[in-house]
Design a protein around this ligand. Structure first.
Ligand SMILES: CCCCCCCCCCCCCCCCCC(=O)SCCNC(=O)CCNC(=O)[C@H](O)C(C)(C)COP(=O)(O)OP(=O)(O)OC[C@H]1O[C@@H](n2cnc3c(N)ncnc32)[C@H](O)[C@@H]1OP(=O)(O)O
Ligand SMILES: Cc1cc2nc3c(=O)[nH]c(=O)nc-3n(C[C@H](O)[C@H](O)[C@H](O)COP(=O)(O)OP(=O)(O)OC[C@H]3O[C@@H](n4cnc5c(N)ncnc54)[C@H](O)[C@@H]3O)c2cc1C
Length: 667
């Protein structure tokens, strides 16, 4: 046994845990929303661990693509056989946790069924359609996906090419893919698993195009699972991540579906072909808003996992001997290592708390929509789009930093970083390409700036700072006395300045060029404005949450929240120095604030990541194991390699052996 192991655990990690200045269980409960939530998490975990059906035969990294799809399908069927183990109404909490424990990060053929197919049925059908389809989808007698993106268009929905042309003589729609670029491309589970899909197609009736609308479409025979006549579909091949999911392609050849296949809660086509428009033209985009909202928690969970792995590994890894003869030190003691890892942990917290806010806001929107009130829609569209962009980008960069912080072992799939990255980085693209989504936020901000300039502003709270008259210079005196209000004031200044900078650039350009060119020429600055708007929201939400925390937890968390804010300010110091808003010595103070926070977090770092309550089963990382016995586990993990099945593999006989023999004979 290694000299570093005592009572089963790595001695360094045990020592770290003894340093905790707070109760890890209390912190976990606070992070996850209370004691009851934590208790339920443990019950779900115990259930998953006790069920042999949920076990992978070997770590998934060693499986082929077919084996991954097969293993994922087996597990998701078993998992959804057992949904009585969770509160099905709590998708955001228990649902996502259950699926993360069982399915890992490979996704699976039913992902889109649960994430988009079911929510679209719930959100877009009329009562009659809901009664017809929802029970089948919930019971899993049909499996569906969400087929919107095409080979030629994903972002610009107005140019989707799949057509749904209404034929009043038979009261049917004719679905057709007129070109190759009209092929649906990407939908999860479409390739081989789903037999139904929500298909988004351009609706034509009475000779007029009414834009993209959702239809429920049967793609495969219910018994044979063969594609229906007029439907061509398949898998799109391996991807950077989520290879347990059969993302697919789909083409229609004049495929007929009944009139009632059009989802008619908001828009309708009457039997004679008369079109009835929705109360708000973007109501049909509702499922995308839903997924953008739940994505924030998912991304936070991935970054939290990466930070947990990096922190635990940094506590057990010893490298370098600053005082020769004193032994090598834990790499977590290097300030550069802390600077690399702790900001990622701080971000994960910031994103998780924002996820709770957007969940609550989304629930409010759903409630309002049942009363026909669409007022909240633009605000939630802007916030969910902005959060989705900033959070997924920072998460991807953060995971990579965590990977690098683990040196060579971070590059091995044993670390889990490649899986985490491959899974999470998809979030920068799906549900709206990040830059495109930032430009959607910018439209909202431009309107707020316009109202402010006209003096007619009655802005929503979230962008109220735009119409405030702020200070001309920062009131920061010393980092010790830098209050939450001052931090927010300084970030508001930079966000407001960028919003007006982009707005003025846009207005100036509009005087010389066409509106679309003016927008394009201002779009980098507009996207920057959106990023600042979202960062400000994230900092405010985090500081507000910590302000309300119980005293014993607040004492620790305040350093994490301040690190998040100070890191943003110090890494964009140019914005704060502009026009003398801050002086260089104030920036120096903030940098010192970063280093102080790192030092405060260092002794409790392992306990802080423990508080996220990841089980080894969820982390799936050899480097991040709770017991810290990394080296033994790495050696054991490598035994799974197919190449280790025999001492001499056939390639030796075929290629290397003859090559060396030949070379030897010539010497
Ligand atoms: C048990 C299992 C459990 C599992 C749990 C696991 C959880 C993990 C979750 C992660 C899993 C990931 C799975 C992957 C799923 C990916 C699925 C997809 O990508 S699907 C594919 C996703 N695809 C995409 O996301 C496509 C992205 N593209 C788009 O969304 C649109 O084309 C567009 C927004 C860019 C433009 O749209 P366009 O129609 O051309 O718009 P115009 O320019 O004409 O007008 C703009 C005006 O409209 C306004 N407005 C716009 N949207 C909304 C809205 N939603 N609302 C309100 N308003 C909205 C906008 O503000 C503006 O207003 P104004 O300023 O004029 O007043
Ligand atoms: C893992 C994964 C899963 C997916 N699952 C599904 C699914 O289940 N169902 C489904 O329908 N789709 C799915 N998609 C598709 C996804 O939603 C689209 O890829 C996404 O919306 C981006 O669209 P695009 O591919 O057309 O990118 P493009 O729009 O072609 O983006 C390419 C570049 O052009 C830029 N760009 C485009 N338009 C503009 C603009 N107006 N202004 C400025 N820049 C612009 C973008 O910023 C980007 O840099 C999935 C994608 C991935 C990666």
């Amino acid at each position: 046994m290694s000299r570093w192991i005592q009572n089963g655990d790595n001695v360094d990690i045990t020592k770290e845990r003894k340093n905790a200045t707070f109760n890890t269980e209390r912190m976990s409960a606070w992070i996850h929303g209370g004691d009851e939530v934590l208790k339920r998490r443990r019950e779900i975990l115990d259930y998953v661990k006790s069920n042999p059906d949920f076990k992978d035969p070997i770590p998934v990294e060693f499986l082929s693509r077919e084996e991954r799809v097969s293993n994922g399908t087996r597990k998701i069927v078993k998992m959804t056989d057992n949904t009585d183990q969770i509160d099905g109404a709590d998708f955001f909490g228990e649902g996502m946790y259950f699926q993360s424990l069982v399915m890992g990060r490979d996704l699976h053929p039913l992902s889109l069924h649960y994430i988009m197919f079911l929510p679209t049925l719930q959100g877009q059908t009329d009562d009659e359609q809901l009664d017809e389809w929802l029970p089948k989808a919930i019971a899993r007698s049909i499996v569906g996906t969400y087929a919107q993106t095409e080979l030629g268009h994903g972002t610009n929905l107005s140019k989707l090419e799949t057509t749904a042309t209404y034929d009043p003589s038979t009261q049917e729609f004719v679905l057709h893919s007129p070109t190759i670029t009209a092929a649906k491309w990407w939908p999860g589970g479409l390739g081989k698993s789903s037999n139904h899909a929500i298909v988004v197609a351009q609706l034509y009736t009475k000779g007029q195009c009414k834009g993209p609308h959702p239809f429920i479409v049967q793609l495969r025979d219910l018994e044979t699972h063969k594609p229906m006549k007029g439907v061509r579909l398949g898998d799109i091949g391996p991807k950077l991540g989520i290879n347990g999911s059969d993302n697919g392609f789909l083409l229609f050849d004049k495929y007929r579906i009944p009139r009632k296949a059009m989802l008619m809660r908001y828009s309708k086509v009457q039997p004679d072909g008369t079109y009835i428009a929705p109360a708000h033209s973007k109501l049909g985009y509702g499922t995308m808003v839903f997924v953008r909202s739940i994505m924030i928690k998912d991304q936070a969970t991935q970054l939290g996992a990466a930070a947990t792995i990096a922190t635990r590994y940094s506590a057990v890894r010893r490298q370098g001997e600053p005082v020769v003869g004193n032994g090598e030190i834990q790499i977590l003691d290097y300030q550069t290592q802390q600077y690399r890892v702790f900001p990622q942990l701080a971000r994960a917290f910031a994103f998780l708390f924002a996820a709770y806010e957007i969940r609550d806001l989304y629930l409010r929107l759903t409630e309002e929509l049942t009363h026909g009130n669409t007022e909240l829609l633009p605000e939630i569209h802007a916030l969910s789009s902005g959060l989705k962009s900033v959070v997924s980008w920072d998460t991807a960069q953060g995971i990579e930093q965590c990977r690098l912080s683990c040196g060579g072992h971070g590059y091995s799939q044993a670390s889990a970083f490649p899986e985490i990255y491959g899974y999470a980085v998809g979030g920068c693209t799906y549900e709206g390409e990040n830059l495109v989504m930032l430009l959607q936020v910018a439209r909202y901000l431009v309107k707020a700036a316009e109202e402010t300039r006209k003096g007619t502003s009655n802005l929503a709270e979230i962008c109220g700072y735009i119409s405030k008259t702020g200070r001309r210079t920062s009131s920061l005196t010393s980092i010790a006395n830098y209050t939450t209000d001052q931090i927010i004031e300084d970030l508001e200044h930079v966000a407001r300045k960028q919003v007006f900078h982009a707005y003025d650039k846009l207005k100036k350009a509009q005087q010389h060029v066409k509106p679309e060119d003016a927008w394009n020429q201002s779009s980098v600055e507009l996207a920057k404005a959106s990023r600042w708007h979202v960062r400000l929201y994230l900092v405010k939400t985090f500081l507000k949450k910590v302000d309300k925390a119980p005293e014993d937890l607040k004492k620790v968390m305040i350093h994490v929240a301040r690190l998040y804010a100070f890191d943003i300010i110090s890494s964009s110091s140019g914005n704060f120095l502009e026009e003398g808003y801050m002086r260089p010595d104030q920036i120096t103070e903030i940098k010192e604030g970063v280093y102080e926070c790192l030092a405060k977090i260092r002794p409790v770092a392992v306990s802080l990541v423990d508080s996220w309550d990841y089980d080894d089963l969820e982390l799936k990382s050899v480097l991040g194991k709770r017991d810290g016995n990394v080296y033994e586990a790495l050696l054991q993990w490598a035994q799974n390699s197919q190449l280790n099945k025999s001492d001499v593999i056939p390639t030796f006989e075929k290629y290397l052996g003859p090559m060396m023999k030949d070379a030897r004979s010539k010497l």
